[in-house]
Design a protein around this ligand. Structure first.
Ligand code: FAD
Length: 523
């Protein structure tokens, strides 16, 4: 047998590319060659520098609207690789961001400093006997759900199969079953995190409790590199489902939709709907390719129980004028139901055939914590239907149920609200961009009187100077203190990273702030 040393082969391949490299005007800055060579020599993963053949694809995130030029991109295949990257970043005082799935809606996982890519850290271990799973940050929800389903388990996750655990969990994590079980971050029993000095810490309800609190909602690339997450899992994987819709077409459609929204908000969101029901309401233009599309309010949900029970639960909704029952799904596996709810009879949003994918996109999140009248809803509906581009959607992620735990459960504090409503605009060309961003701003102005002042941190917009207040309210000073404790060098930094401070006036009831970091391993 001929022994093939993959790491050595990769090193030689990288070095031969760098040897031929000619610095040209306009080439983005790279970390010094000396550091790049040493790093590539030590790790099993791959270093990519500006000028490398793959650099221009590797530096991109899911949303092509964002285009940053990191000085180094490193695909890590083990925690040891991550530690070597941090050594180099510290030596060069280069800001670090981490990338798992690259779905940050503000492009935060690729910036101009050091990019540590952990998409290869994607092991999944399901442990039925202790009803838990250990999952790597680079695990997509497509993969995680397949593993859970194989063992007949569930834990609430995202609707999109390519979003990864690494970013999603740290921003909260909403999906169809969040009302039934809680947010994704509420299922986390423990985490392993590599701090900026390369040491690995374990955090749970007894160890490093302040980090355990912060990492569940405090957003990524702040406290360290998340290496693994331990989730609570539930011994079931099938849910019943339904789709109901209202047409928003014409004055009558707009009024019926606004009345339905007012009724639903008062009777079927924060309270009223049973805890075993999770649902979202999406405003979207729908119709077959090539036909005139119609603006619709789509109510799509999952129910933990029988079809018969679900039918009686949704009957009061169907009694609202204009409601049309589209589909009832008998209990079926979560992943298939999730996909059906978002793609049948039409994809949401539905892009014309020639629309570039993935699309350029801008998301804008607003939480609602006060009741709107039917007239208020009508203003929003009328604004939405005026979209210059029928791919725009508004999506209401309905809260209440198991999400409504005490505010300080963890750093995801949006507990006592009706819903998050995110406005999502897409554009195919630069010429359309300004128009769609202006349309999104018009939505922000229209919804402003009803907005609670909070924003879902998993849907960041790039320009938001008030992010600390919007994401965490009065808990932001605590997060700043925890940031300074676990990342004293402020190595993890980007436009909306938490600003460290060693001053704290009020602990807000968060435990462990005064304790030293516990470094010993535990698992
Ligand atoms: C198409 C699409 C669908 C979505 N659907 C949903 C949904 O249904 N529900 C929902 O709640 N959200 C949804 N989101 C938002 C999504 O949850 C966030 O964008 C999430 O942060 C993405 O995580 P990621 O690892 O894929 O992305 P990344 O861009 O890799 O990471 C996001 C942030 O976390 C940091 N980070 C990533 N990994 C690590 C790590 N291992 N250690 C430390 N920091 C890290 C990054 O630096 C970045 O700041 C969606 C986004 C998109 C684009």
């Amino acid at each position: 047998m001929i022994w093939y040393d993959e790491t050595a082969a990769r090193r030689e391949e990288r070095f031969s590319i760098w040897d031929k490299r000619v610095e040209q005007d306009g080439t983005p800055q790279a970390i010094p060659q000396k550091y790049a060579r040493e790093l590539q020599s030590k790790i099993a993963g791959k270093v990519v520098l500006p000028g490398d053949p793959d650099y221009n694809t590797d530096r991109m995130v899911f949303n092509p609207r964002f285009s940053a030029y990191p000085q180094a991109i490193v695909y890590c295949v083990s925690p040891a690789d991550v530690a070597e990257c941090l050594n180099v970043s510290r030596a060069l005082d280069l800001p670090v961001v981490v990338r798992s799935g690259g779905h940050s809606t503000a492009g935060f996982s690729s910036q101009s400093g050091f990019l540590i890519d952990v998409s290869e850290l994607n092991d999944v271990g399901i442990y039925p006997e202790s009803e838990c799973a250990w999952v790597g940050p680079g695990t997509t929800f497509g993969k995680f759900n397949k593993h859970l389903q194989a063992y007949g388990y569930h834990t609430p996750g995202g609707a999109c199969p390519t979003v990864c655990v690494g970013g999603y969990m740290q921003g909260g994590g909403y999906g169809f079953t969040a009302r039934i079980f809680g947010m994704n971050c509420d299922q986390v029993e423990a985490v392993r995190v590599m701090l900026s000095d390369g040491r690995i810490v374990y955090a749970d309800s007894e160890w490093n409790t302040d980090l355990y609190w912060a990492v569940r909602g405090g957003t990524g690339s702040n406290f360290g590199v998340l290496l693994a997450v331990k989730y609570k899992i539930y011994p079931l994987n099938s849910f019943a489902g339904f789709s109901i819709c209202w047409s928003m077409a014409g004055a009558e459609g707009e009024t019926q939709t606004a009345n339905a929204l007012a009724w639903l908000q008062a009777n079927f969101m924060r309270t009223g709907a049973p805890d075993q029901l999770g649902y979202q309401m999406i405003w979207a233009y729908q119709g077959a390719e090539g036909t005139a599309k119609v603006p619709m309010l789509l109510m799509r949900g999952m129910y933990n129980g029988s079809t018969e029970d679900m039918r009686s639960v949704i009957q009061p909704v169907l009694d609202q004028p204009g409601a049309v029952l589209q589909t009832v799904y008998d209990p079926m596996p979560y992943e298939a139901l999730n996909e059906a709810l978002l793609s049948k009879p039409y994809e949401i949003p539905e892009f014309p055939k020639n629309f570039p994918f993935p699309p350029r996109e801008a998301k804008l999140s607003r939480y609602l914590d006060q009741l709107l009248t039917a007239d208020d809803w009508l203003k929003l509906v009328q604004y939405y239907v005026s979209t210059p581009n029928q791919t725009a959607i508004a999506a209401m992620e309905i809260y209440g149920g198991a999400i409504a735990t005490p505010e300080r459960t963890n750093a995801f504090i949006h507990r006592d609200v009706y819903c998050d409503i995110f406005f999502d605009v897409f554009w195919a060309t630069e010429a359309d961009k300004d128009q769609m961003l202006a349309f999104s701003q018009g939505w922000a102005d229209t919804i402003a009187p009803y907005w609670s002042g909070r924003v879902y941190q998993n849907y960041p917009s790039p320009d938001n100077p008030d992010f600390g207040e919007n994401y965490w309210g009065s808990y932001y000073p605590v997060l700043r203190f925890i940031k300074s404790k676990y990342d004293p060098l402020n190595l993890f930094r980007y436009p909306q990273s938490i600003a460290p401070t060693d001053r704290l006036d009020e602990d807000m009831g968060i435990y462990g702030l005064d304790k030293p970091i516990q470094h010993a391993h535990r698992s």
